[in-house]
Design a protein around this ligand. Structure first.
Ligand SMILES: NC(=O)c1ccc[n+]([C@@H]2O[C@H](COP(=O)([O-])OP(=O)(O)OC[C@H]3O[C@@H](n4cnc5c(N)ncnc54)[C@H](O)[C@@H]3O)[C@@H](O)[C@H]2O)c1
Ligand SMILES: [Zn+2]
Length: 374
């Protein structure tokens, strides 16, 4: 017997949400989606082709109390994924990001605190971006959490990270869930707000809650035309349009890429396993991959002759390294990511062949440059 039957997925028309919707339906759940089909993600304003016809769809906005009330009615659990997603953009669309991410979540919690409902589990999409710079090891001081690198060093093309105590060069190590969150963008601050608010109200009202800090998620259905998207989609869109991927810094900065199918499994376990309750988890692969290496793998898989363009440019607020310590996920959710990066990327490329990729990167970069953010 399943503990939950009716599941609400906000943002269920988006990349991560839509995969979860499919998986929930396959696993016998009844699914409702609340999504406003935001134009930056859904340029036609229509439900995407991939949207599962077995899911109920409510077109609505997480900034509307009325839409939340309608969506939450009769539900046993909620995955709250709808969000404004983009670090750079959040630095000038500040009101929009705070409204959708922080206030949208506050509205859901306000309703749960003040009305009769059946919600017995909340799962919030949190983000690795809330850590800021990842964890590092200093030979003298052990694990340290350096602040963002100084602008003057970056301008001299010194991309290293230094110990905040003795100023010697430090080496990246996996970042654990209990690392302090040094959020350094409005997007990251909002994501931190969201997880804290959900866990706080969950504990106060005894509603089991789980915060999943996703690292860089990739897979079919990611928007190839949203220039504020993750690096995989941006590089794919460039290569597809015959342009070289443009790489910031020297390209040796690393990120942690996790395949959407692995992520979806973790999402299902977070719902079904009580061991997840009232906890925060990193959801990454645990493997750092340099941005230059990612560009090279993609170029090779596309069979292209392009070479990545190392720009040495710096994007304000960018971190040098951040990758997940996934011990907690392994121990408490009994899950280890399974999809190999090259295999996963091959599959995404195959999917992208039928997709239109409008390269709007130049536009997005100009927006950031205009404001001195790049
Ligand atoms: N993609 C990643 O690598 C990544 C990493 C960390 C965290 N996350 C988080 O995971 C969640 C899902 O991300 P995604 O990559 O699927 O993004 P996405 O943009 O593909 O999906 C988000 C969905 O939310 C909807 N939406 C936006 N504003 C809304 C509003 N005001 N009301 C209702 N619906 C709204 C959009 O229409 C879209 O369908 C987000 O909360 C994001 O912050 C994603
Ligand atoms: Zn030190």
């Amino acid at each position: 017997m399943k503990k939950y039957k009716n599941i609400l997925v906000t943002g269920g028309a988006g990349f991560i949400g839509s995969h979860l919707v499919d998986s929930l339906i396959e696993n016998g759940y009844k699914v409702r989606v609340l999504d406003n089909l935001y134009r930056q993600i859904h340029p036609t304003g229509q439900l995407p082709r991939y949207f599962n016809p077995k899911a109920e769809f409510i077109k609505g906005d997480v900034t509307s109390r009325r839409d939340w009330l309608k969506a939450l009615q009769g539900m046993d659990a909620v995955y709250h994924f709808a969000a404004a997603v983009g670090v750079g953009q959040s630095m000038y669309e500040i009101e929009h990001y705070v409204k959708v991410n922080s206030l949208g979540t506050a509205l859901m919690l306000d309703i749960l605190a003040n009305t009769r409902h059946k919600i017995k589990k909340m799962i919030i999409a949190a983000s690795m971006s809330s850590y800021g710079e990842g964890s590092y090891r200093c030979k003298i001081h052990g694990t340290v959490r350096p602040p963002l690198r100084s602008q003057s060093k970056l301008e001299k093309r010194d991309f290293c990270v230094y110990c905040p105590i003795c100023d010697s060069i430090v080496d990246p190590v996996p970042t654990m869930e209990d690392a302090k969150q040094n959020s350094n963008s409005i997007y990251a601050i909002g994501k931190k707000d969201q997880e804290e608010m959900v866990l706080n109200i969950g504990a106060a009202y005894n509603i089991p809650s789980v915060a999943l800090r996703y690292f860089n998620v990739y897979g079919p259905r990611q928007s190839l035309s949203n220039p504020y998207n993750g690096v995989v989609a941006i590089f794919m869109s460039r290569i597809k349009n015959g342009k070289p991927p443009i790489i910031n810094e020297d390209g040796l900065q690393t990120r942690d890429f996790v395949h959407i199918r692995d992520l979806t499994k973790v999402n299902i376990f977070a719902l079904e396993k009580d061991s997840a309750n009232h906890k925060t988890f990193n959801v990454g692969s645990g493997n750092p991959v340099s941005i230059k290496n990612m560009a090279e793998i993609l170029i090779k898989l596309y069979g292209s002759k392009l070479t990545p363009e190392i720009s040495y440019k710096i994007r304000k607020l960018d971190v040098r390294h951040c990758f997940a310590d996934i011990k907690k996920m392994k121990q408490l959710l009994d899950f280890q990511p399974q999809i190999d990066l090259t295999y996963g990327l091959k599959e995404v490329i195959k999917w992208s062949e039928k997709e239109q990729a409008v390269d709007k990167l130049d536009f997005a970069m100009k927006e950031l440059e205009k404001r001195g953010l790049r």
